[in-house]
Design a binder for this molecule. Structure first.
Ligand code: F0G
Length: 458
């Protein structure tokens, strides 16, 4: 097999800045061991997120120049609306400035006290918006999705039996919506199969519960369906995406992921009544219905990006480049969620640092170690992000302690990834020296963004 190459050439470049280990020790201390508080100039390889960090194509930049900035009825909006309808089959499109703004509007309308939103796994902003409406978010992930080291093709699937049990227990009237996150970001970037989407849909139909898709990474999920579900081997990515969305009553999407945009999002719907309520809120919070918090140029870039992401050569390279990193790490014995996700490799910090107890945040300790060793910025998805406190003040930990290395789209080349693997392996070989962390400040919600930590002394 020949090397799978980046299916693009580079027209415009940005410098990255080198720091010494000594400098990074100081920088990290000043940032309170929180990667969100590090200046981006002090990062060599930035794997904090794949969100809004994509390199746009020359076609998208050209689109930026022809963006129509009319307040109402912008030409760019109609292109945006058409692109979304072409992919999702949903005729109602509500633009928002990013994914969480779409979530905020949707859950303000359908959430509220006594309501449950069921999901394979809710992303953190999604859960926060559900809880902010006083509803409860419930994750019903399949069993194999909870065991990091054991590979399975569709570890993002929802547990369909658990879904039906939950509906019977709480009553369908209290469940305004079932939400499938594709791919399952918080569970390792793992895909959901078409089979599972169909099964979830039939339970939703039985109990008259609308099915929504959190579509941030719909194209990566479609590619996994193509290569892992035999009956889709010859189907186009577009037709797989269209079939996925055909089972849904609506979707929210952050265009900062699979639309290669630096900002943007939307809600797409089939139900006019729900759309009216969402639009009323949109006008108060985001903007008029044909721009919703975005400039005309952003709408243009998203419309173009949504078509580019369906290119199979791109998706082949994309999924393979992440697998490539995972293979190098696995060969060195580094513990991680297997198989690799669609947009990221997730290290299993509990297995990586068995000497660091969960209440000393092993994921965050590993994030710090990767930064100091090689200037690599990653993010903890574990007890700092999801942990809660029991009545006695002890930590209720997250099920998994993960460190996500999210790969921005079309940004880094193979040598950058080779460097990342060298650093991780070096850190793994010296893992016994890594100390746990304790929190010195935390906010009441989404604490990981602003938390301050320091090394545990003993
Ligand atoms: N849903 C999923 C599955 C996401 O991954 C994200 C964002 C959102 C919703 C919210 O979208 O950022 O545009 O408001 N994920 C980013 C990440 C932040 O790093 O994974 P947003």
């Amino acid at each position: 097999m020949k090397t799978i190459i980046e299916p693009f050439k580079i027209k415009s470049v940005e410098p990255i800045y080198f720091t010494t280990r000594e400098q990074r020790v100081e920088i990290l201390k000043k940032a309170f061991h929180n990667p969100f508080l590090i200046h981006a100039d002090d990062v060599l390889i930035d794997l904090l997120t794949d969100s809004g960090t994509s390199a746009m194509s020359s076609a998208q930049w050209a689109g930026i120049m022809i963006g129509d900035e009319s307040y109402a009825g912008s030409k760019s909006f109609f292109k945006f609306e058409q692109a979304i309808e072409d992919v999702t089959g949903m005729p109602i499109v509500i633009p928002t400035h990013q994914g969480r703004a779409a979530e905020k509007i949707l859950f303000t309308v359908i959430g509220g006290k006594g309501k449950y939103i069921v999901s394979n796994t809710l992303f953190d902003t999604t859960r926060a918006n559900i809880e902010f409406s006083d509803a409860e978010g419930v994750d019903l992930l399949c069993a194999e999705g909870k065991i990091p080291a054991v590979p399975a093709p569709f570890k993002g699937n929802m547990d369909v039996a658990a879904l039906e049990r939950f509906i019977r227990e709480k009553g369908a009237a209290n469940i305004p919506l079932c939400l499938l996150t594709v791919t399952n970001n918080s569970g390792g970037g793992q895909p959901v199969s078409m089979q599972n989407i169909k099964e979830v849909k039939s339970v939703c139909i039985k109990y008259d519960i609308p099915l929504f898709i959190d579509a941030c990474r719909f194209a990566e999920n479609s590619y996994f369906i193509k290569v892992r579900e035999p009956e889709y081997a010859n189907a186009s990515i577009l037709s797989i995406a269209q079939e996925m969305f055909s089972y849904a009553d609506g979707c929210t999407m952050s265009a900062k992921k699979d639309a290669f945009a630096n900002i943007g999002g939307f809600i797409a719907l089939r139900n006019e009544e729900l759309a009216l309520k969402c639009r009323n809120l949109l006008i108060i919070t985001e903007g008029f219905t044909t721009y919703g918090g975005l400039a005309g140029r952003d709408l243009e870039a998203i419309a173009i990006g949504l078509m580019e992401v369906l290119d199979e050569n791109y998706l082949h390279y994309r999924i393979r480049s992440i697998e490539y990193l995972a293979e190098k790490l696995l060969a060195a014995g580094v513990p991680m969620i297997r198989p690799a996700g669609g947009h990221a490799v997730y290290l299993d910090a509990k297995a990586f640092l068995p000497h660091v107890p969960v209440d000393q945040y092993p994921g965050q300790a590993l994030v710090s170690a990767l930064y100091i060793a090689g200037g690599i910025r990653s993010v903890e998805i574990g007890s700092l992000m999801f942990g809660k406190y029991a009545a006695d003040g002890s930590l209720i930990p997250s099920i998994m302690e993960l460190v996500r290395l999210a790969i921005p789209r079309r940004v880094y080349t193979q040598s950058h990834i080779d460097y990342v693997s060298e650093i991780i392996i070096e850190v793994f070989n010296n893992r016994k020296n890594i100390k746990g962390l304790e929190i010195t400040y935390e906010a009441p919600a989404l604490r990981h963004f602003t938390a301050r930590l320091k090394e545990v002394e003993h």
